[in-house]
Design a binder for this molecule. Structure first.
Ligand code: MF3
Ligand code: CO
Length: 251
């Protein structure tokens, strides 16, 4: 069941979403060779506390950290480590906040130092595909229009869309209906309505879309060892079109 949010509830979600965006932006400024993802986790925890908010992921199905840090061939749900980032890495940071009963969820992928042309291209195309998907989040359109916009840009650029993980509705729960695949046919799926709030999150691989979960039970990696990138925004559908809630300045 898709839970619609009132305009007032969307205003409340802007606050939690704005906090997630702001904290990701602070983290991104720290990313450079030598920094560890456990340093980033510490900053995320401190900034969440300052805002009297709660980190959404820690403890969710026993997930052990507040921040997901997915390096290079890691797709999503990587965990912070004491291994320093090095020039040439790409690092995805995924962060969720609970504040005033509502969740906010966002992710970015950041190139560290000098990254290969292929790596930079993958990051750029993944972010562009998210923006193209968001542009389809219009009242009266269908869920498949979002999925298709993402998939066609990614595949036309020579990359592949992860099938095993998808975006999701979001509100008083981190994961609500509908599921939002990053692949699909235009004109298919549920009709989009004002009041829907969607976490759209393309996970895009350099080579094959096949992924597997490591022994730790969480870290998702590409099967072929190719790079993977991930961007996510929480987006409200309004009468006048999509509104990105995970914008800096909303908190
Ligand atoms: N952004 C991801 C999601 O929406 C992160 C969840 S990590 C988890 O699924 F640990 F909370 F599962
Ligand atoms: Co999400």
């Amino acid at each position: 069941m898709i839970i619609l949010k009132s305009p007032r509830e969307i205003e409340r979600m802007k606050v939690s979403c704005g906090m997630a965006a702001e904290i990701l932006s602070l983290l991104s400024r720290l990313v450079e060779p030598g920094v560890t993802t456990s340093d980033l986790e510490s900053l995320a925890v401190a900034e969440t506390g300052k805002r009297k908010a709660k980190a959404a992921f820690k403890g969710y199905n026993n997930y052990p950290s507040s921040l997901c840090c997915s390096l290079n061939e890691q797709v999503v749900h990587g965990m912070p480590t004491k291994v320093p980032l090095k020039s040439g890495d790409i690092i995805s940071l995924d962060f969720g906040i609970l504040f005033d009963d509502f969740y906010g969820d966002a992710a970015i992928t950041i190139p560290v130092g000098d990254v290969s042309i292929a790596g930079r291209e993958l990051v750029r195309v993944t972010e562009e595909s998210l923006q193209l998907g968001i542009a389809q989040a219009l009242p009266g359109a269908r869920l498949g229009d979002i999925s298709h916009a993402i998939q066609s840009h990614v595949e036309n650029s020579g990359f592949s869309v992860v099938r095993d993980f998808v975006g999701h509705g979001i509100g008083k729960k981190l994961h609500e209906d509908p599921q939002i695949p990053n692949y699909g046919r235009p004109g298919s799926g549920v009709r989009l309505k004002p009041g829907m709030v969607l976490a759209i999150e393309p996970m895009i691989n350099q080579k094959s879309f096949d992924v597997k979960v490591l022994e730790d039970g969480w870290t998702v990696v590409t099967c072929d060892g190719g790079l993977s990138a991930h961007f996510e925004h929480t987006v409200a559908i309004t009468h006048s079109g999509p509104e990105i809630l995970t914008r800096i300045g909303n908190a």
